[in-house]
Write a protein that binds this ligand. Structure first.
Ligand code: NAP
Length: 532
């Protein structure tokens, strides 16, 4: 077993200069752990970012193949600690099996998928327009554009994904893949898991002979650590998954720097879930099971949790809601991640129920069983009430469903139009309802990052085509994704080379195309070299 230090890791060195400490808390018993974790001081953060900036002077020139080898090595080092990681994260989050072993596989697969992306090489988006010296009325210069790494990146781990959106999760993997050094701000909900990942990543840095500043980790259980990190003048970008409040605070903080930097924050979402009448009639029972499964998965602690269900008023609908409520009531609630998530959920439900015009059908209370736990909760209101009160549009982060009944499909569409940006939108419908559902799909399309037909929003594939993002407040950068291969583009910036001689061009832009990558040359996609 790895013995935990409780320290920060600054460019490969364990460091505990500060006096403020905190511990893990077992969510099943609410008991604190033994290890004291040290909040990083401003000096430690300064050291970490300075080392990252120094490392970047080397890693910005690394070929993609070297970065790919590093990502594969990181995945191997993480696998070596698999059992310890699963056991420790289970103790700190209560997420259990099969969730945690599955999430670990997803995390290492993600690192390896970025390695494959790098080896293929076309991710740099090379575009070449060759010179036209004889063009009239003026000659056209030679222009060649590609993506280059942005520089040191701060990654804020999420509480609800201790592996896949944490120390070596998607933000870190995509920043590393771009060639950017990373400073992770560990989530205070799982500091021991963070330290174990740090051991694995430090081993990978050493094994691949990368500069030590390529990876640092700072612990913290207060906003100061994150704020000091984001304010550091040598930082170039931020990746974040968490609350709207936290993401927005970091976004505002980064904007107020003398030199603002991008903050890619993935925040809350209520993920509207529309059920067409034909679907209730044809398969109401299986829909109850499907929706309960998605709404309660991981104690509902997913940013893709289907929190808002929009449905047409009818007797069949009322019967469906009753069956759903009974199924939610019958299912045993699971342990939640931590005290603040449990109390935040209790506050959010209280606010909704207290808003007037909302019926609490089941739940609405903390479950007293020794650990952090909240009852499976179902609420119902109508579209007029919902539209008139923006407070009802806010996220309940947990196993909570709010049904909105609408008198007509047009009213349902208008209700969707009042929603803010969302990560996902789902339509459940029968084949003969495709045309009827078209206006709903169009309304959803305008405000979501992923539109789903006859599926559930939980479960986010890590593939090239994935879009895990959406208009604000789902994210602060709707043109990007935090899951999938194109996530790498957040940590790169385009650079155009105008009339630059070949020896000064990167391989990706040379006439010979030595990397054999797919490029756009004079408006056409090709892997062919440019004939001079
Ligand atoms: P959080 O409160 O947003 O915290 C996430 C990270 O950001 C933590 O490391 C936190 O540091 C830091 N942070 C928060 N506010 C900050 C600020 N003003 N300045 C600097 N750093 C700041 O998220 P959480 O602890 O994971 O969960 C709280 C709520 O977030 C949940 O109840 C839920 O509503 C939402 N949530 C959303 C998602 C999602 O996927 N969209 C995921 C998880 C949670 P400290 O804790 O050290 O202050």
């Amino acid at each position: 077993m790895t013995s935990l230090t409780g320290k920060n890791s600054i460019a490969g060195q364990w460091s505990a200069q500060g006096d403020e400490t905190f511990t893990s808390v077992d969510p099943r018993t609410k008991q604190p752990g033994d290890v004291q974790f040290h909040n990083a001081t401003k000096a430690e953060i300064d050291h970490a970012v300075n080392e990252a900036a120094a490392a970047f002077q080397e890693t910005r020139h690394y070929p993609a193949s070297k970065l790919a080898d590093f990502l594969d090595t990181a995945a191997e080092e993480i696998e070596k600690l698999r059992e310890e990681l699963v056991e420790t994260a289970d103790y700190e989050t209560g997420l259990g099996s099969p969730r945690l072993p599955g999430e670990l596989t997803r995390t290492t697969s993600q690192l390896k998928a970025f390695a494959s992306l790098l080896r293929e090489g076309s991710y740099v988006d090379a575009i070449i327009d060759t010179a036209m010296p004889d063009r009239q009325p003026a000659p056209r210069p030679d222009l060649r554009r590609m993506l280059i790494p942005i520089g040191p990146v701060a990654v804020f781990s999420a509480s609800n994904f201790p592996f896949a959106f944490a120390t070596a999760g998607g933000d870190t993997a995509s920043a590393f893949a771009a060639g950017c050094p990373v400073i992770v701000k560990g989530h205070p909900g799982h500091p021991a898991t963070t330290e174990l990942f740090t051991v694995a990543l430090n081993n990978a840095v050493k094994a691949c002979d990368f500069p030590a500043g390529f990876f640092s980790m700072v612990q913290g259980n207060g906003v100061e650590v994150g704020q000091n990190l984001v304010q550091h003048p040598l930082l170039e970008a931020v990746g974040f998954t968490g609350s709207l409040r936290g993401g927005r605070a970091l976004y505002d903080s980064a904007a107020q720097r003398p030199r603002p930097i991008p903050v890619y924050a993935e925040m809350g979402s209520v993920n509207p879930f529309v059920i067409m009448p034909g679907a209730i009639e044809a398969r109401g029972d299986s829909l109850v099971d499907t929706l309960v499964g998605s709404a309660t998965l991981g104690a509902g602690q997913f940013c893709t949790n289907p929190g808002l269900v929009l449905i047409l008023e009818s007797d069949a609908t009322q019967d469906f809601i009753q069956r759903y409520t009974a199924a939610m009531q019958a299912k045993q609630p699971e342990v939640m991640l931590n005290a603040s998530i449990e109390s935040g959920l209790a506050r959010a439900v209280e606010q909704t129920v207290g808003a007037g015009g909302v019926d609490l059908l089941t739940g609405g209370e903390v479950v007293d069983g020794g650990g952090f736990c909240y009852a499976h909760t179902v609420m119902q209101t109508n579209s007029t009430t919902f539209r008139s009160n923006p407070k009802l549009h806010e996220e309940h982060f947990g196993p909570v469903t709010l049904f909105i009944t609408c008198p007509t499909l047009d009213d349902l569409r208008l209700t969707l139009n009042t929603l803010e940006g969302q990560l996902t939108g789902t339509i459940q419908a029968e084949a003969d309802e495709v045309e009827a559902a078209r206006p709903v799909a169009e309304a959803l399309r305008e405000r979501v990052g992923r539109l789903i037909w006859n599926g559930v929003p939980t479960g986010v594939e890590v593939v090239y085509s994935q879009q895990h993002g959406g208009p604000y407040p789902a994210t602060t950068a709707p043109g990007t994704t935090s899951v999938g291969m194109t996530a790498i583009k957040r940590f790169m910036r385009p650079l155009a080379y105008q009339s630059i001689p070949s020896p000064l061009l990167p391989d990706a832009l040379k006439d010979e195309n030595p990397l054999g990558i797919l490029r756009i040359v004079n408006n056409e996609y090709t892997r062919e070299p440019i004939q001079s």
